[in-house]
Design a binder for this molecule. Structure first.
Ligand code: AMP
Ligand code: ZN
Length: 437
């Protein structure tokens, strides 16, 4: 196996040369094959040849989530569908998901960066990886799966949920590695305690937790209650999925796989790059992707960038914890939810009006979503049974749209507070950043 981690310790000037060469090729190919990038570069009066140093990156136009929506489903691809071997999707800002695609080489790149992610926690052939990220359109499940196979570990593709079965695997199959959202890991810790199983009697050694915001308090709880080292991982479908960045055992920020993904942090108002250490919006340019190359993709995630050397010896830049987002996306049980998606679902159910409020709570370790929505006058006049019937329809529609089970309450007309300005659609009652209650 070639040395997958060779790029992780390059002197930064050498890494910069590698990045610049890859950047030029990627931008040239995007301009040649993708109309959106071709037109934007033309409008900016730029070609790949104008990229003389990495500083020139800031001259390139941005790409946004809205571009995915406008190009839905395949308009941002640089290859014909014949060359695509995998498609994933994540939440879009309206009813349509954000579709992402991979060539065979992209899947290879993805397994490489996922292998590196796992290797940060020392995962190798002797490990048993319990992969409790969801398999399916979400990139978490298959991303970790391929990475774990790549390092030669034994993978248990258990997916999320099925708590009894998770406990069985933890006990009987000798899992040494747990991959899941931090909230689900906490839920498993509680389930173990309820079942009278001591974490120290399990073989768990390291956990890779991400896909949603969490805190140092949550880390302390997970490390103690599961008796493992908890590492933060961050990624997003548009860029590749998980594998974009991960903490090393120093746990002072997540190293970005900078030989594949070039990070920037910009001021979300001026869109100018900020100094290292100053919080701003994280932006990525992909350097090696074939099917879906991205130029300066605005993630909406707020963090800081740190290019100082890390005690682990890796020279890769690190990003801090994600402290917020610039848009209204909620992450509920690891699923991205935009209020606009719920609204879209509500407009498709006769019997309710799109006057609604989303209430998010933490119920034990897990998030719970309540949707309060107003009945139409005629349903309200028809009585409580009609209102409950409408609630059941809304619940089904929301499940079909975003895959989450919500508690739906249909309330009488005008019961939801009106606002003169921007409607308040969300009441997030969770402890900030997901600290355990
Ligand atoms: P998806 O494309 O569905 O994988 O969702 C990606 C989004 O999940 C990111 O843009 C972040 O908002 C969020 N996310 C992923 N990992 C983390 C993490 N470790 N901490 C906080 N948010 C995260
Ligand atoms: Zn490090």
């Amino acid at each position: 196996m070639k040395d997958l981690t060779a790029a992780e310790r390059l002197p930064r000037t050498e890494l910069g040369r590698l990045q610049l060469g890859r950047l030029r090729r990627s931008v040239a190919s995007a301009a040649e094959r993708i109309p959106l990038h071709r037109e934007r570069l033309r409008a900016a009066g730029l070609t790949a040849r104008d990229l003389r140093s990495l500083d020139d990156l800031r001259r390139l136009p941005f790409t946004t989530k809205a571009d995915f929506r406008d190009a839905y489903p395949y308009g941002l691809l640089a290859v014909p569908l014949d060359d695509v071997v995998r498609v994933h999707a994540s939440s879009g800002t309206t009813g349509k998901p954000t579709v992402v695609a991979y060539t065979r080489r992209d899947l290879q790149t993805w397994s490489d960066v996922m292998a590196r992610t796992l290797m940060m926690g020392g995962v190798g052939r002797s490990d048993v990886v319990q992969n409790a990220y969801g398999y399916g359109l979400f990139t978490g499940g298959l991303g970790f799966h391929y990475g774990a196979e790549r390092v030669g570990a034994a993978v248990i593709p258990i997916s999320g949920g099925f708590t009894e079965r998770q406990l069985m695997a933890l006990q009987d199959l000798g899992s040494t590695v747990l991959c899941s959202t931090p909230s689900y890991a906490l839920y498993l810790a509680e389930a173990l305690e309820e079942a009278g199983i001591a974490a120290k009697d399990l073989r768990l050694r390291v956990g890779f937790f991400g896909a949603e915001p969490w805190t140092e308090g949550m880390r302390a709880a997970l490390e103690e209650r599961l008796d493992l080292m908890a590492l933060n991982i961050y990624g997003l479908s548009e860029v590749i999925g998980p594998g974009v960045s991960v903490e090393c055992p120093e746990r002072r920020g997540m190293h970005v796989a900078e030989d594949h993904f070039l990070p920037e942090v910009v001021d979300p108002a001026t869109l100018e790059p900020v100094a290292d250490g100053v919080p701003g919006e994280l932006v990525f340019t992909t350097l090696t992707k074939e099917a879906l190359p991205l130029i300066r993709y605005r993630t909406r995630d707020i963090t800081t960038l740190d290019r100082t050397p890390c005690a682990c010896g890796r020279t890769l830049a690190r990003i801090g914890r994600i402290t917020g987002r610039t848009d209204d996306m909620l992450i509920i049980r690891g699923v991205n939810v935009y209020p606009s998606q719920i609204e879209h679902a509500l407009t498709q159910v006769a019997g309710v009006e799109p006057h609604y409020l989303l209430v998010v709570r933490r119920d034990g370790a897990l998030d719970a979503l309540e949707v309060r929505v107003e009945a139409t006058a005629s349903v309200a006049a028809a009585g409580p049974d009609a209102m409950r019937g409408a609630a059941a329809l809304v619940k089904r529609r929301i499940h079909e749209t975003i895959g989450l089970t919500a508690d739906v309450t249909v309330v009488p007309p005008k019961a939801i507070e009106r606002s003169a300005g921007k409607a308040k659609r969300v009441e997030d009652l969770r402890p900030r950043g997901g600290a355990p209650s």
